[in-house]
Design a protein around this ligand. Structure first.
Ligand SMILES: C[S@@+](CC[C@H](N)C(=O)[O-])C[C@H]1O[C@@H](n2cnc3c(N)ncnc32)[C@H](O)[C@@H]1O
Length: 255
């Protein structure tokens, strides 16, 4: 459904934010019903465990990940100068571009996305993807600093050394190994010497498994060591590494 120009709508599926309530509500109802009907302990333990897991997961997802809310930079070290031309690889509906532009008010951005099948898989069909992105950029008041580019991050249509910095959030980890190698090589080509790349990935860690089980297939089994090897092969130095809820981030620099 179209939203007003002043409302941010990142468009991630509802179940990522509220899916656990679908389990929590019947689990609590089962506990209540069982209490009054004096059920034996095993069904009560079953509903109790279910209610505990879904309640805890709901709170963690809402307060920690908050995927449909504004994101904060995971590290203040990124683009400390506060200015420069930044490229967002896999901008989607704008959450990562807005994250950077809100924190770095003198930076400009090229928000790049293929706006194809992967976009529709994440954000659903409907209005033109570029319009959805533009609407959010306007709602955040940053649209004058952004150029939208429809391209494949594996083969970037830019000159070498044409960006001061790159950001990519929850996007590169969609690609297969060949696509990841191509994208990292392209990122190393288009960022200036000394430029930074903030690479944000879904961490397939115990928290992600606790919250979503097998539903979150993002990123496969790749962990920090795997990504460190890939980015170094592409010619980046790892300046900083850290975690945020269900997230692994690497701050990279091109020597
Ligand atoms: C999960 S979304 C992330 C969007 C945004 N960065 C965020 O943090 O919310 C992944 C995005 O990557 C885009 N994408 C996937 N493969 C791509 C490719 N080869 N080139 C450009 N964009 C791609 C998809 O269209 C999708 O919008």
């Amino acid at each position: 459904m179209p939203t007003s120009a002043s409302t941010l709508d990142f468009g991630y599926p509802w179940w990522l934010s509220y899916g656990h309530v679908v389990v929590l509500a019947p689990a609590l109802a089962g506990l209540l019903f069982g209490y009054f009907r004096k059920w034996s302990k095993w069904p009560m333990i079953f509903f109790g465990v279910l209610a505990f897991w879904s309640g805890a997961a709901f709170l963690l997802v809402r307060l920690g990940l908050d995927i449909n809310g504004r994101a904060d930079l995971p590290t203040e070290s990124f683009l400390r100068s506060g200015t420069g031309r930044v490229l967002d690889l896999g901008a989607g509906t704008g959450r990562s571009s807005i994250m950077v532009l809100a924190a770095r008010p003198h930076a400009t951005m090229v928000a790049l996305d293929l706006f194809g099948e992967s976009f529709e898989r994440h954000f659903g069909p409907g209005e033109s993807p570029r319009q959805r992105l533009l609407r959010n950029l306007k709602a955040a008041g940053v649209e004058r600093r952004v150029t939208i580019e429809t391209s494949d991050m594996r083969k970037l249509p830019f000159e070498a050394a044409s960006f001061d910095a790159i950001v990519s959030s929850y996007a590169v980890d969609h690609l297969n190994r060949e696509g990841i190698n191509q994208t990292l090589a392209e990122a190393a080509r288009v960022v200036k010497p000394g430029g930074e790349f903030l690479l944000i990935l879904i961490a397939n860690d115990k928290w992600a498994r606790f919250l979503f089980g097998p539903l979150l297939s993002h990123g496969g089994t790749r962990g920090s060591a795997w990504w460190n090897t890939r980015v170094k092969e592409a010619g980046f130095q790892v300046v900083e590494e850290g975690t945020a809820p269900i997230t692994l981030y690497l701050l990279l620099r091109r020597p």
